[in-house]
Write a protein of this length. Structure first.
Length: 408
């Protein structure tokens, strides 16, 4: 065991937790209307917590132990065989305790489930959200994590590159959020009533915590205190900065004013875009990925959203889905040594790698979409997916949770 590696992965795990609670919770909370802010906060906290418990029971075992091309086995159910406290023996994963690796990956599973709730925010029943999470985590997140990251996994063996979760986390969650937006239907008054964010400073605070926490997400995925972590760390910084500037410049040109909402949206887009590439491209490639992702995601939450005609409340697909797709494809390009990356030795290998990346994207889109639809269907039949119209108009906070965020 290497103590420096253990310290870095432990800190990175804390940083990913910071991304979700409070980061994502505050980001999403500030973007919804005041009558629904508590509902989105509790959905983020609850889905994350549920995912962590499932991860301990069977999720980690099915995702990361030896099995077939799609799923692992049951050798690590309840983390069995991972540690023997009586004899002070801990199994290692590389240079860190396997327990630390499993804990780090638990936060990835948790944030992916929490991201999805932005797609159907302000109109879903709490019980249905929780049931959906159990089904989707089990049949979508876990198999895709195994396929992409586990030796023997389908996409892993194909050579798909995903350093920290472009496909596993962001495309996976983005598609599930989009399917949810379609399945549950548009919010009451959507397109006719103002649905502006109720607290942009809160959303800004959340976005800032996301950026800070994302260093653990990306640089922590090196699983060691080494040069790859240093590369992923800087790439996460420069890509995000580039995406913010790209988003603001486009918004300034076409809308006449740069907005804070645009800046924080650009930040998240850049973070998503660099996630699959963080330790696999050079800083120049990272900056280009950030600029391109920021620019394309402006279209993702405007033009594409209108084309899709879905009420994806908090743009889970427009930013995480679209940004993940752009980042995954560009990883296959800028991984090349000729473009400053550490990987592909010949430029001629780029088209094949991009094709492998596209395969991974398409498999994730179809797999997550089908599982998400089935999970929403089951949750709808079991619990009723959507709250009543009167409840939605009054707000989920008081009706579903008996609380209000603000007292005047």
């Amino acid at each position: 065991m290497d103590k420096a590696d253990l310290a870095w992965v432990s800190v990175s795990t804390l940083l990913v937790l910071l991304m979700v609670v409070p980061g994502l919770a505050l980001f999403y909370g500030g973007l919804v209307r005041a009558k629904n802010v508590l509902s989105i906060l509790i959905q983020v906290v609850s889905t994350f917590s549920l995912a962590v418990v499932i991860w301990f029971i069977y999720g980690y075992s099915l995702a990361f132990t030896e099995g077939n091309a799609v799923l692992g086995g049951f050798s690590r159910v309840f983390f069995s065989g991972m540690l023997d406290l009586a004899n002070a023996k801990f199994e290692l994963s590389g240079t860190i305790p396997e327990l630390s690796f499993a804990a780090f990956q638990a936060t990835f599973a948790g944030i992916t489930c929490a991201l999805i709730v932005g797609g159907f925010a302000e109109r879903a029943k709490y019980s249905a959200v929780m049931l959906f999470t159990v089904i989707w985590l089990t049949f979508s997140y876990i198999p895709i994590a195994h396929m992409v990251w586990a030796p023997g996994g389908w996409l892993f063996e194909r050579g798909a590159l995903d350093f920290a979760g472009g496909t596993v986390v962001h495309i996976n969650a983005g598609i599930a959020g989009l399917v949810g937006a379609y399945f549950i239907g548009k919010r009451v008054g959507y397109g006719r009533e103002s649905m502006q964010p109720h607290n942009l400073p809160m959303a800004m605070t959340g976005a800032a915590l996301l950026w800070v926490g994302w260093f653990g997400f990306n640089a922590g995925s090196a699983l060691s205190a080494n040069e790859t972590a240093a590369l992923a760390f800087f790439n996460t910084m420069v890509a995000t900065a580039g995406a913010i500037l790209a988003w603001l410049l486009i918004e300034w040109k076409y809308k006449g004013k740069p907005s804070l909402l645009g800046a924080i949206s650009g930040a998240v887009a850049g973070l998503v875009g660099i996630t699959p590439a963080a330790g696999l491209v050079g800083p120049g490639g990272a900056l280009i990925i950030g600029l391109v992702t920021g620019a394309i995601c402006v279209w993702g939450v405007n033009g594409l959203k209108r084309l899709l005609r879905a009420d994806d409340s908090l743009d889970v697909f427009g930013i995480h889905g679209v940004g993940g797709i752009v980042g995954a494809l560009l990883t296959g390009v800028f991984n090349a040594q000729a473009l400053g990356g550490p990987g592909l030795e010949a430029v001629s290998a780029i088209p094949h790698q991009v094709w492998v990346q596209l395969e991974g994207i398409l498999i994730t889109v179809v797999w997550s979409g089908v599982v998400a639809w089935a999970a929403y269907f089951i949750a709808d039949k079991a619990c009723g997916l959507r709250v009543g119209t009167d409840v939605e108009r009054e707000g989920l906070d008081i009706n579903s949770h008996g609380e209000t965020a603000y007292h005047y």
